[in-house]
Write a new protein. Structure first.
Length: 318
């Protein structure tokens, strides 16, 4: 398929999708009219009636509801980004361990991956949340790294304040300074990261297995050490093979961020639920959430397609 044909098919698919959405909207409008109802999004401009303290910006009870929804969307993006980064960081060593010539490394990786892949994500979130809430309080917080504290109130990291580095310090019964990440955010980011890392590790392992063995043999014949051969020859090709299924896992991770509602995280779904309880506009809230996730995943798909072109050429050229 040529590039022109690919663009034509993409535009055709977009047009068909928009047409179907339009027809669905007309059918929904007609069904509501038969019951004497209509869609009304004016409630988004009404008073929110609740406060949000965690996230990109604070929301006061007197702020409009749309501002609260925007804060919830930013919280969703924030936790999805942290979860995706953690999943990518963990997936690479797990995949390499699964392909290791040492049986102990393969067995250890299997014992980590299989329980994560074969238990429900909500169950794992409840487990991590319970463990986090049972950690010591701020006075006995764990010092993971210099300036990084973990307690039952979440994770506290150093931050920049007025151009100076602000380190968290214990004052009284609380930790002051730095930037604080609540227990719900930490649980959801960690839970999403380790759950999807298990799947990404298997995707990357399949990508490593798809690289012809002759590539590593040719690198060894040229005198490249095994570590350089893996980094410069094998891994780039494996990533090319694994990009499409790995991208699908990232899309799943973004959608699974909505499970934060189970542990009280104030993401888009959780905030919409509160707004709907205040305004009584449940259908409008469902439409807002659906369109937000549709737009977000559509942007991610476009980004993945842009990345697939050079990665696909790298895999095919070798």
């Amino acid at each position: 398929m040529t590039a022109t044909q690919g663009r034509r098919d993409a535009w055709l698919g977009t047009g068909i999708a928009l047409l179907l959405l339009g027809l669905l909207g007309l059918a929904l409008e007609a069904a509501l009219a038969r019951r004497g109802l209509r869609l009304d999004f004016s409630a988004l401009g009404e008073r929110a009636g609740f406060a949000l303290t965690e996230g990109g910006f604070a929301v006061a009870p007197d702020d409009p509801a749309w501002r609260a929804l925007l804060a919830g969307l930013l919280n969703t993006l924030r936790v999805a980004l942290c979860g995706a980064l953690l999943a990518l960081v963990l997936a690479v060593p797990l995949a390499l361990a699964r392909q290791s010539p040492w049986p102990a490394a393969r067995s250890l990786a299997a014992w980590i991956i299989e329980p994560l892949r074969n238990t429900p994500l909500p169950l794992q979130l409840f487990l991590w949340y319970g463990l986090l809430l049972n950690l010591p309080g701020p006075r006995a917080a764990w010092h993971l790294l210099p300036g990084v504290l973990l307690s039952n109130r979440g994770l506290v990291l150093p931050s920049l304040a007025g151009g100076a580095l602000s380190l968290p310090t214990l004052r009284g019964f609380n930790i002051e300074g730095g930037v604080s990440l609540g227990p719900e955010f930490c649980t959801l980011a960690f839970g999403l990261g380790v759950f999807h890392a298990a799947y990404l590790a298997e995707v990357l392992r399949a990508g490593l297995a798809a690289v012809p063995t002759g590539q590593a043999e040719a690198a060894a014949a040229l005198g490249l050490p095994k570590r350089l051969s893996l980094r410069l020859v094998v891994l780039p090709q494996a990533l090319g093979f694994a990009l499409a299924p790995g991208g699908w896992q990232i899309l799943q991770l973004v959608k699974n961020a909505s499970l934060g509602l189970l542990i009280g995280y104030q993401d888009l779904v959780g905030v919409t639920d509160i707004v709907v309880n205040h305004t009584g506009r449940g259908l409008e809230g469902l439409i807002v959430v659906s369109l937000a996730y549709l737009a977000l995943n559509g942007l991610l798909v476009l980004l993945l397609r842009l990345l697939e072109r050079p990665a696909g050429r790298t895999a095919l050229q070798h």
